[in-house]
Design a protein around this ligand. Structure first.
Ligand code: PLP
Length: 377
């Protein structure tokens, strides 16, 4: 059975060109980047060339890029650093964040007795930035604001310029989870008022287990992992050499193809939305219906019936890989925290499904999925 993969917000296939760039570092250039002889030096050069390339592509300095194991580590490290090293006494986040942020902020707030506040969510899934301002203005204590650039389930985009301005105005530290936007949009850190940002290679056809933490040169933080002097003493441990090289190559390809990929993927997503509305009119869309959302994601709710209840499981059996937005065990849909927050907890009667696309997907695949859905429902 040929499978259809519509879950590119979860992860993407490694690009063959990325693999090609990684291969020498998996084979003959295997040295430890900390070794001083030639093997070590060529490995180190691979990492530093990658750092320079990534920094150029993201509009920042090489010294502001730290390679990590992915989005989760980057967000955890940034949140800890803001509290431990920058004196943030309270944390402002949102109920729509990825668990990497939600659980990290809950843990550190509990451990250190910090105030944890959540920005109100509007019915279209955007955050109420007036409420953010009210929260910021509500206390003179220094705040960490950690909000995601794009929501991984519904795709809504945050106005990061506005949030950066508000953080500047109220002296807050701003961390942004950009896992769904780095590699999908041109990002220029020199124009964004962020102190920290997180990115992950596997979301844009790079390898898994490698990410970046952007740390603005305007802040001084202490090491996150203690040990060797890797990553300029900030993150000890032998580097994921081939992963770092792959991250850089994947970002380079993604940015070179951005215009045409974005256009193609956007029109595919819109086609799927039109076809769904035509063929299964009972569906409703979750999140922003306009342009303030990722071009890669379409999140729709099917009314809950005997047939739709096990929809993800049935689609999997039919060779269609999609997600409900949250980890789903035994094929039964469990509504995610994002969908619950969006509908004020009134989401029992719906079965949300996230379709997320990449440039490898086709109209023929969309047609095939629509046919399968019609059959199943
Ligand atoms: C928005 C967002 N943040 C964080 C993460 C975690 O990234 P990683 O899997 O690289 O740790 C993901 C990926 O699932 C994500 O979509």
């Amino acid at each position: 059975m040929t499978r259809i993969y519509f879950d590119n917000a979860a992860t993407t296939a490694l690009d063959p060109e990325v693999l090609e760039a990684m291969m020498p570092y998996l084979t003959e250039k295997f040295g430890n980047p900390s070794s001083v002889y030639s093997y070590g030096r060529e490995a180190k050069m691979g990492i530093e060339a990658a750092r320079k390339n990534v920094a150029k592509l993201l509009g920042c300095k090489p010294g502001e890029i730290f390679f990590t194991s992915g989005g989760t580590e980057s967000s955890n490290a940034a949140i800890v650093a803001a509290v431990r090293d920058l004196g943030c006494k309270r944390i402002i986040t949102s109920p729509l964040e990825h668990h990497a942020t939600l659980h990290a902020t809950e843990a550190i707030a509990k451990e250190r007795g910090l105030t944890l506040e959540h920005v109100r969510v509007l019915p279209d899934g955007h955050l109420d930035l007036e409420h953010l301002e009210t929260l910021l203005a509500g206390s003179p204590e220094k705040a960490l604001v950690t909000l995601m650039h794009a929501n991984n389930e519904i795709g809504n985009l945050l106005n990061v310029e506005k949030v950066g301005d508000l953080c500047e105005q109220y002296g807050a530290v701003f961390h942004c989870d950009m896992v769904q936007t780095i590699g999908h949009y041109p990002i220029d850190f020199s124009k964004l008022k962020m102190h920290f940002a997180s990115g992950a290679g596997h979301k844009f056809h790079g390898p898994k287990g490698v990410g970046i933490k952007y740390v603005s040169e305007n802040v001084q933080v202490k090491p996150f992992l203690h040990g060797g002097s890797q990553e300029r003493n900030m993150r000890a441990g032998t580097e994921n050499l081939y992963g770092i090289v792959g991250f850089s190559k994947a970002l380079e390809l993604a940015m070179a193809r951005y215009e045409s990929d974005a256009q193609q993927i956007r029109s595919l997503r819109d086609y799927m939305c039109e076809q769904l509305q035509k063929e299964i009119p009972q569906i409703s869309c979750n999140g922003d219906g306009g342009d303030q959302r990722l071009y890669t994601v379409l999140n729709v709710s099917f009314p809950k019936t005997d047939k739709s209840e096990m929809l993800l499981f049935a689609l999997d059996m039919a060779g269609v890989c999609v997600s409900g937005g949250s980890a789903c065990s035994s094929g039964a849909s469990s509504v995610s925290h994002v969908i619950k927050a969006l509908h004020n907890g009134q989401s029992e009667s719906m079965v949300p499904v996230r379709f997320s696309f990449c440039r490898h997907n086709t109209k023929a695949e969309v047609d095939a999925v629509i046919e399968k859905l019609k059959g199943l429902l």
